[in-house]
Design a protein around this ligand. Structure first.
Ligand SMILES: CC/C=C\C/C=C\C/C=C\C/C=C\C/C=C\C/C=C\C=C\C(=O)SCCNC(=O)CCNC(=O)[C@H](O)C(C)(C)COP(=O)(O)OP(=O)(O)OC[C@H]1O[C@@H](n2cnc3c(N)ncnc32)[C@H](O)[C@@H]1OP(=O)(O)O
Ligand code: NDP
Length: 333
């Protein structure tokens, strides 16, 4: 009844326009949900919280990162946590660095228990180069090498440009853009310059069409996308690849919670995304694993957009975002 051959055979004998439309709509709805159900079962495992997955299905060789060490900023939560977990499941030891040492220490314990690899938690602020240098020294003392740097640390919130203070804009630029430059420069000069390495910056598609209420983060990530290309050119001869992964809306993350992801999902907005759903953190980690590892040995200066096609089709909905933002202000009072 629902295979394509039957559509072709049945279509001409439907006489009423209403009936034809209904039939086609119903059939394609059934097909579409069947396709989505099929797709869901093919999705990599994930859990919404900052915990390790209880099961994991390998898509890459389990020893892809064997004996490697990865330095992951913001690795104690969200996408960064899952990147750390997936890397460790592929034989990598990790360093996770950010401001909140208590959360990092807890995360490092969970990651080591689940994967059997070592994870070192280090306090650092990507806005303060001296704290990055100290963390890099500690990492080298512990592991003797760094092969991969993931610049994942970032800060964001919804805010219209007119309500954004000068300091708020500067803060996000300093964390996202300066932070990425600072960490890349410290790791390059201390280790990658002489040993090579792979850098993956976590970006976003916000700047592609000027996402409303996001001038701070969109500008910061656009600068990072340019930085990826500049550093790929300058550091390629030293054996350093520099690439970017740009996620779309990813469930189980702080970004999703802060930017209206829940409301967008429950109100059906994600139906306009070509893949009709939010992404999950493991899907992001798999993209980063590709870019960070030898699986992409001839790729540098590239940006892998991992957003289900979202930025191509999703409305830049200023009224809905303003409404969501102002309802948050009311809640906070
Ligand atoms: C219904 C919805 C309608 C439509 C939706 C349609 C489409 C959306 C669909 C789905 C969205 C789903 C997913 C998102 C998709 C893409 C996301 C893309 C990018 C995501 C990027 C991210 O980075 S997410 C990461 C989120 N995590 C964090 O931010 C954690 C770290 N953050 C922080 O530490 C803080 O928040 C910080 C960034 C403010 C930094 O902290 P700190 O250094 O301590 O700075 P402060 O001193 O606190 O503040 C500095 C100045 O900033 C001002 N400020 C702080 N918060 C706000 C705010 N919420 N609004 C405005 N201004 C703020 C603060 O006041 C300070 O300024 P002063 O002038 O007062 O000094
Ligand atoms: N979630 C989403 O849908 C999307 C996310 N992204 C990007 O993915 C990445 C992860 O976001 P997500 O998982 O949502 O959010 P999280 O808030 O979980 O991750 C951000 C991390 O950055 C760390 N961080 C923030 N400021 C600093 C700082 N000054 N120095 C060091 N570390 C810092 C935080 O730790 P601590 O507080 O301990 O410092 C936190 O672990 C970000 O780069 C974000 O821009 C892009 C598109 C969509």
């Amino acid at each position: 009844m629902h295979d394509k051959g039957n559509y072709v055979l049945h279509f001409p004998i439907r006489t009423s326009v209403f009936k034809v439309t209904t039939f086609v709509e119903q059939s394609s709805l059934v097909e579409s949900s069947a396709r989505m159900a099929e797709q869901q079962t093919e999705l990599p495992e994930d859990v919404e919280t900052d915990d390790c997955m209880t099961t994991y299905t390998y898509m890459y060789s389990p020893d892809l990162l064997k004996d490697n060490v990865a330095f992951i900023t913001g690795g104690g939560s969200g996408i960064g946590f899952r990147i750390a977990e997936v890397f460790m499941r592929h034989g990598c030891d990790t360093v996770i660095g950010s401001r909140n040492l208590e959360r990092l220490t807890e995360a490092a314990k969970k990651l080591s228990v689940a994967t059997g690899q070592r994870c070192l938690a280090l306090a650092m602020d990507v806005r303060q180069p001296e704290t990055i240098s100290a963390a890099v020294e500690d990492a080298l003392k512990e592991f003797g090498r760094i092969d991969i740097l993931i610049n994942n640390a970032a800060g964001n919130f919804l805010c219209p440009a007119t309500s954004l203070s000068f300091n708020a804009f500067r803060t996000v630029m300093e964390i996202d853009t300066m932070g990425t430059f600072n960490t890349s420069k410290v790791v390059f000069e201390r280790w990658f310059k002489d040993h090579g390495g792979s850098i993956v910056n976590i970006s976003a598609t916000l700047g592609y069409k000027g996402q409303a209420l996001q001038v701070h983060a969109g500008s910061a990530k656009a600068a990072n996308d340019a930085m990826t290309r500049h550093l790929a050119v300058e550091w390629g001869p030293s054996g350093v690849r520099v690439n970017t992964l740009a996620p779309g809306p990813i469930s189980g993350t702080e970004g999703f919670r802060r930017l209206g992801g829940m409301r967008a999902e429950t109100s059906g907005m994600f139906q306009t995304i070509p893949l009709q759903r939010a992404g999950n953190k493991t899907e992001m980690a798999h993209g980063v694993l590709f870019l960070a590892s030898r699986a992409s040995s001839y790729v540098t200066g590239a940006c892998l957009v991992a957003d289900g096609g979202s930025w191509l089709t999703s409305a830049n909905n200023l009224p809905a975002l303003l409404d969501y933002w102002s309802s948050g202000l009311k809640r906070d009072k």
